[in-house]
Design a protein around this ligand. Sequence first.
Ligand SMILES: Nc1ncnc2c1ncn2[C@@H]1O[C@H](COP(=O)(O)OP(=O)(O)OP(=O)(O)O)[C@@H](O)[C@H]1O
Length: 229
Amino acid sequence: MMLESIHLTKNYLNKKALDDVSLKLEEGQIYALLGPNGSGKTTWMKTAAGLTKPTSGEMLYNGSPVGIESRREIAYMSTEPYFFRWMTVEDVGEYFQDFFDDFSSDRYRELLAEMALTEDMKIRQLSSGMAAKLKIAATMARKASVFLLDEPLNGIDLIARDRIMEAVISSVEPNVTLVISSHLVEEIESFASKAVFLRNGHAVEVCDVEDLRVREGKSLAYKYREIME
Ligand SMILES: Nc1ncnc2c1ncn2[C@@H]1O[C@H](COP(=O)(O)OP(=O)(O)OP(=O)(O)O)[C@@H](O)[C@H]1O
């Protein structure tokens, strides 16, 4: 698998959300997608998910422009809540099962257990952190090749965050690519293998997290401040 943006530009009216972004993602890596508010993280993910079209440039999956075909293999979790309030956690599983051929009900149930959710829970009675966990469980129960998680840790408490990231990482095959956007730079450092820094719609740097630590003696947060300040 190969996900690649080539000179990708996305304009909203006169605002450049992405400006000439060229990025090549390698399989088997966990990418932290980092950058200040409005730097283009969500726009890049939505484009990779085939939900928004580039103004110019390309987003390619295995050499072809992303679209209906690639959506089968690229799982995207948006920041918005997307379940109906009248559903139960079990209904959400059935809904996803109908929608995605690669959805595994067994995997979904395992993930629910790891997140301390039960199938009888009603969506409207979930706390925001519980709803965030449910979104992760539903997304990660797919057997996709690429997972794009937009701010998955938002609203989830500190202890649960560690457990959930472990569950996320252990649920994927070794050749899968994970892309996780987050403002929790210190926390994401412990599991990301690569970091992509976006600033004002530009991909300003891609680095290997281990190299950064070992060769440069820098933490991800230090690097982030160095680039952004
Ligand atoms: N639908 C839209 N219409 C107009 N402008 C938009 C739209 N979506 C995003 N933008 C603009 O594009 C730029 C990039 O937004 P994007 O949501 O990709 O940033 P982000 O890095 O995900 O930010 P955050 O960290 O706040 O989630 C911002 O200036 C934003 O205002």
